[in-house]
Design a protein around this ligand. Structure first.
Ligand code: 6PG
Length: 258
């Protein structure tokens, strides 16, 4: 079945942040209602920070609302958990600590491990233990948040890398052309098994790559890592500057692309 793409374009960053928090909340309630818990993989990068802070402030009086949620990571930089480049570090400060999320429901990738491949296999064990997925299959996360880089990378799946070509492993080592070179990342197999993938992109710096992914002009665009993300349901949350180069009818507000 082809992926169902939904593109939401919000007027400004305040509306964008509110919509991201509301969507996350709706999907959490749906998962808890249907399956008794919410398996939520956070995105790396800086874009989701304001969404995490919004969720934390929205639920500061009711942190128990997250008692059925298990937090995972889509990727991690191979740095210590207190390093400013650590995706865990950002989520800890913006979301986990403010909501006092218990350790046993935070499943971070051990970016500090001296052997990234061992850390990747460890995280596969964590996914297997928490999701009860069949080792021969793929774990199914309820919501997987992703960002997008200007080269079309997502999670730590960079163009032309082994990590992007990986078809068997659940977690592997990514090679980044900039920033911390070694990464841990979920593979396309896990990403494409998610119930919902939510792409977050804001600001005019993302307009070109958003255009290339949502309105590909050439075959190379269709091979970009973010273009290979095809689970059953994909939601793109854009602010107007990030959507500025879109010409299709999804450029004007909320539109469902089939
Ligand atoms: C990471 C990410 C990466 C990120 C994009 C966008 O750890 O770097 O997972 O895929 O989402 O690079 O990053 P920004 O949100 O900082 O623009």
């Amino acid at each position: 079945m082809s992926a169902r793409h939904e593109v939401h374009v919000l007027n400004d960053i305040t509306q964008w942040t509110a919509q991201a928090a509301a969507l996350t909340r709706d999907l959490q309630q749906q998962a808890v209602h249907e399956r008794g818990r919410f398996l939520f993989a956070l995105s790396g990068g800086r874009t989701p920070e304001q969404v995490y802070r919004r969720l934390a402030s929205q639920f500061s009086d009711a942190p128990q609302e997250w008692s059925s949620t298990h937090f995972f990571f889509s990727d991690e930089r191979c740095v210590p958990p207190d390093h400013p480049d650590s995706n865990y570090h950002l989520a800890e400060a913006a979301l986990f600590r403010p909501l006092n999320i218990p350790e046993d429901r935070i499943h971070r990738m051990r970016g500090e491990h001296p052997n990234p491949d061992v850390a990747a296999r460890e995280y596969e064990d964590v996914l297997r233990a928490v999701t009860n997925a069949d080792p021969a299959g793929w774990p199914q996360l309820d919501l997987l948040m992703l960002g997008i880089g200007n080269d079309g990378h997502t999670a730590s799946l960079f163009p032309g890398t082994d990590a992007l070509r990986e078809r068997r492993r659940w977690v592997t080592v990514g090679d980044a052309p900039s920033g911390p070179p070694k990464r841990l990342t979920l593979t396309l197999g896990v990403i494409n098994q998610a119930t919902v993938v939510l792409f977050l992109a804001s600001g005019d710096g993302k307009a070109d790559i958003v255009k290339a992914i949502l309105e590909p002009q050439q075959d190379a665009d269709r091979q970009l890592p973010a273009a290979l993300v095809r689970p059953d349901r994909v939601i793109w949350l854009l602010d107007r500057p990030a959507a500025a180069k879109l010409t299709g009818d999804h450029a004007e507000g909320h539109k469902r692309l089939t």
